[in-house]
Design a protein. Structure first.
Length: 99
């Protein structure tokens, strides 16, 4: 799977990029049909709490899987997004195998 991480108005630290890559690579255990993962990190309204946003689009056959989460820290968002993507991939896999 090809992973691209883009920061909009923020430069993600190497530790954060490594964490994102690690979590996304674990999704390969669920299916080998993920072609790519596009991650966008940004900060909205810098003075507001819970201003960090993470968007992930997984390329899978059929419809892509898209998750957007907002919270206080990017590390927290990586975990939340990973949990949702795991659930969504399991649902997608069941749907594909059910056809």
């Amino acid at each position: 799977m090809k992973i691209s991480i883009q920061g909009v108005g923020v430069s993600p630290r190497q530790e954060l990029q490594d964490l994102i890559t690690e979590k996304l690579n674990k999704l390969d255990r669920l299916t080998d049909r993920i072609t790519e993962a596009k991650v966008i990190l940004r900060i909205e309204k810098a003075e507001a709490p819970a201003n960090k946003v993470m968007e992930v689009r997984l390329g899978v056959p059929g419809n892509d899987i898209f998750v957007k989460k907002q919270g206080d820290s990017f590390e927290e968002l990586v975990q939340k997004t990973s949990d949702v993507l795991t659930r969504e991939l399991k649902d997608w896999k069941e749907k594909v195998q059910g056809k």
